[in-house]
Write a protein that binds this ligand. Structure first.
Ligand code: FPP
Length: 264
């Protein structure tokens, strides 16, 4: 029943063989994986390409990782596609990034339907350009009855802004008398953030070597396992995702009190 997810290089600790992976699932596949997709610009720079070429390639990686997450039975994949801070970038780059959902969804929607994937979004929809809103809304509408993987784009998203909005709504409910201050609990706050209907992430991945969370899912990441890789997002692939999952599973095993039984 237990299939091995990833073959480890013998006695190499955190190193993994990427060939001949004899994958088996079984142990705790994370339900929700959140990814900070970083390094598109550096990927492009290394190749003497414009930054937007990195974003275009990053979009292909989104396709690849969505398929892989779906095949692995992950339930929610949240991708940080555009932060509230990203508006500070040059206008042409912002416009390119804003066109990506349209490009991605126009060509990928039939496969998303075929795979029973539901598109969702966290972030502020209203201040996105019309064409970005249209692409996201169409995809969300078309896939709303799908019951497989939730592909959740964090778009025009900021963790602090999300908490502010949640607090404003919560205070309105206090003012309206539907909630008292003493009743407010962690569970209540979880219901006011944008992921109220989703489980919290089990695993956060950040690519491209930075070791920070950059205002991403500040409330939701409280108990999440973090995994960082130097790989730039356009080079991230199925083996990288599986490597992250295996590390996550090993951490879980240790927390599960199995010390002395093959883990160190
Ligand atoms: C950060 O890399 C990446 C982004 C701000 C954009 C991420 C977007 C994608 C990967 C494509 C999204 C696809 C869809 C379908 C919405 P960076 O540009 O900051 O890289 P750098 O730190 O190397 O400059």
């Amino acid at each position: 029943m237990f299939k091995k997810l990833f073959k480890r290089n013998s006695n190499m600790g955190q190193s993994f063989s990427h060939e001949g992976e004899d994958l088996v699932m079984g142990e705790a596949i994370p339900t929700h994986i959140a990814i900070i997709m970083d390094g598109n610009g550096r990927w492009a720079k290394k190749r003497a390409l414009p930054r937007v070429a990195g974003h275009h390639e990053g979009m292909q990686t989104v396709r690849k990782i969505t398929r892989c997450a779906c095949d692995l039975g992950i339930k929610v994949l949240t991708l940080y596609a555009f932060s509230t801070e990203n508006w500070k970038r040059p206008k042409s780059e912002v416009e390119f990034l804003m066109r990506l959902p349209e490009q991605f969804l126009n060509s990928f929607l039939p496969e998303l339907m075929e795979r029973n994937i539901r598109v969702e979004m966290i972030g502020v929809m209203e201040t996105l350009p019309d064409y970005t809103q249209r692409a996201l809304k169409n995809a969300m509408k078309a896939t709303k009855n799908n019951t497989g993987l939730v592909l959740n784009f964090a778009m025009n998203y900021g963790g602090r802004a999300e908490i502010v909005m949640a607090m404003q709504q919560l205070m309105k409910d206090v003012e309206a008398g539907t909630l008292t201050i003493d009743e407010i609990s962690e569970q209540h706050i979880s219901q006011y953030v944008m992921t109220a209907h989703l489980p919290e992430p089990d695993l956060l991945i950040r690519t491209s070597g930075e070791v920070r969370i950059s205002n991403f899912m500040l409330w939701q990441l409280a108990y999440t396992e973090f995994w960082f890789t130097d790989t730039h997002w356009p080079d991230f692939n199925e083996a990288s995702l599986k490597e992250a999952i295996l590390v996550y599973q090993n951490r879980n095993r240790r927390f599960g009190g199995l010390k002395g039984e093959g883990t160190n």
